[in-house]
Design a binder for this molecule. Structure first.
Ligand SMILES: CC(C)[C@H](C(=O)O)[C@@H](O)C(=O)O
Ligand code: SF4
Length: 471
């Protein structure tokens, strides 16, 4: 039974940040922290400074270099993106002038925005954080209300600490049961998007709940929420629990001493009340999820690694059928072709989806004492300087390089061609990233998205394959 006192987590997060109602589902929402990167943040900073607008609370604004920077060892401001160094230098100049915190190329804490903002305790449970980048929803994993905005909104948020927002509808995705061994959050989110469509979350703020989510380590929760935007959701989030508190505790920008205790008690109360209303609910059986890989040009085009490419003729919706046919054509695949016979040219482990320490450990466990297939190029790019150092302290870098992977400096790298890094025209890549759109990883590149263990296993096999085939 619903009543007005029973509120969903989303209601609690929204109401605790509502400065005022602007009528007709619009509210002015208080923004706790703004995060920027050099690709879009530089534009917002430059525009603010041209209009002579100051950032009144610069201590709440942070900026990293991740998108277009070079990720090869010994890097400098030069990048494969034509005139990319100008973005980097403009970001540096404006960030210093505005007095915000900058994680510059040589900063030991530099990394991908969505990896470092929780890692440093800048994103916190119960807080609002915005960034001109669509994967800001990643931070919902620890119970933050975080979403991607445009550069103009970023200017507004920096200048006023508020944003005028239309309230999304609420959805709860309840995942009960247990994910099978070798099946991770990445497989789960690809499964959900394949099942309910890339538009399935459009207009909704999505809470992930259920026993499989409670059982999930925090690092996998980041992966799950990261792809809420690939489901077209406004954002995705998970109620904080003891695991969240342990993960956040003591981080650089997290509350300290007495305020930490108060904050932790508050965070633990941030969950959906029994009987709270949701505009939509979906139930997923975790036991039914297999290791999953994309075959097409949209994350919705995903199937079990051991399965086969669907036949567009079997699809009733003419628009979707057309999309599937175009995707098969671009990906150079045939309807009903078995996926684990598809030969790959390259493998990539990295991105804000899967470049945290748990991802690298999981991939390294598959690669240990093994070698990647001949004629295959494989690259691993840790998500942050901290992840990289931790991995090196554990000897994971040596496992990757002994297997034949390149080991690089933190950044978005081959997740997105914006920085110019690519495996080369027309190559077929198995990738731990979140987007498989045409040209996403470079001209004519064919991207198959999968979990880090599937990427590692496929790199060894030289074709798409699951970890089950290795162990
Ligand atoms: C460049 C940036 C705005 C973009 C985003 O919004 O997500 C990028 O990070 C991506 O993954 O496509
Ligand atoms: S790693 Fe990829 S998805 Fe994530 S912010 Fe960078 S470009 Fe976007």
């Amino acid at each position: 039974m619903n009543n007005l006192h029973q509120r969903s987590l989303f209601e609690k997060l929204w109401q605790s940040h509502e400065v005022t109602s602007l009528g007709a589902r619009r509210s002015l929402i208080y923004i706790d922290r703004v995060f920027l990167h050099e690709r879009t943040g530089s534009i917002a900073l430059q525009s603010l400074s041209e209009r002579k607008r100051k950032i009144p609370r610069p201590e709440h604004v942070f900026c990293t270099m991740d998108h277009i920077i070079d990720t090869t060892p010994g890097r400098n401001d030069n990048t494969l993106m034509p005139s990319g160094h100008k973005f980097i230098q403009a970001t540096r100049y404006e960030a210093i002038k505005a007095g915000i915190t900058l994680f510059d190329l040589n900063n030991p804490d530099q990394g991908i925005a969505h990896v470092i903002s929780p890692e440093l305790g800048i994103a916190l449970p119960g807080s609002t954080l915005v960034c001109p980048d669509s994967h800001t929803c990643t931070l919902g994993a620890i119970g933050a209300l975080a979403w991607g905005i445009g550069s103009t909104e970023a200017e507004h948020a920096m200048a006023t600490r508020t944003l005028d927002l239309e309230k999304p509808l609420s959805m709860r995705i309840v995942v009960n049961g247990t994910l099978r061994s070798g099946v991770s959050a990445k497989d789960l989110i690809l499964h959900i998007i394949a099942e309910y469509g890339a538009q399935g979350g459009n207009g909704y703020a999505v809470e992930f709940a259920g026993s499989a989510i409670r059982d999930m380590p925090i690092e996998e929760r980041f992966t799950l929420c990261n792809m809420a935007v690939e489901f077209s959701a406004f954002t995705g989030f998970i109620a904080p629990d003891e695991k969240t508190i342990d993960w956040v505790k003591g981080r650089d920008y997290a509350p300290k001493a007495d305020t930490a205790e108060q904050a932790e008690a508050y965070w633990l109360a941030l969950n959906s009340d029994e009987g709270a209303h949701f505009d939509k609910e979906i139930q997923i059986d975790a036991d039914a999820v297999s290791a999953t890989v994309s075959w097409g040009t949209n994350p919705q085009h995903s199937v079990a690694v051991n399965g086969s490419v669907p036949n567009p003729m079997a699809c009733d919706d003419p628009q979707q059928r057309d999309g599937m046919e175009k995707a098969l054509n671009y990906m150079d695949l045939k309807a009903e072709q078995t996926l684990n016979t598809v030969v790959i040219d390259a493998a990539f482990i990295g991105s804000c989806t899967n470049s945290r320490i748990a991802d690298l450990r999981a991939a390294a466990a598959i690669l240990k004492n093994r070698k990647i297939a001949t004629n295959l190029r494989a690259v691993c790019v840790p998500g942050s300087g901290r992840v990289k150092r931790q991995a090196e302290a554990e000897g994971l870098d040596l496992i990757f390089t002994a297997a034949g992977f390149e080991w690089r400096e933190p950044g978005c790298s081959m997740c997105f061609y914006a920085g110019g890094e690519t495996f080369g025209a027309g190559k077929r890549v198995i990738s731990s990233t979140n987007r498989n759109f045409e040209g996403r990883q470079g001209p004519a590149v064919k991207t198959h998205i999968a979990s880090p263990v599937t990427v590692a296993a496929s790199a060894l096999l030289g074709r798409i394959g699951s970890a089950e085939e290795i162990i």
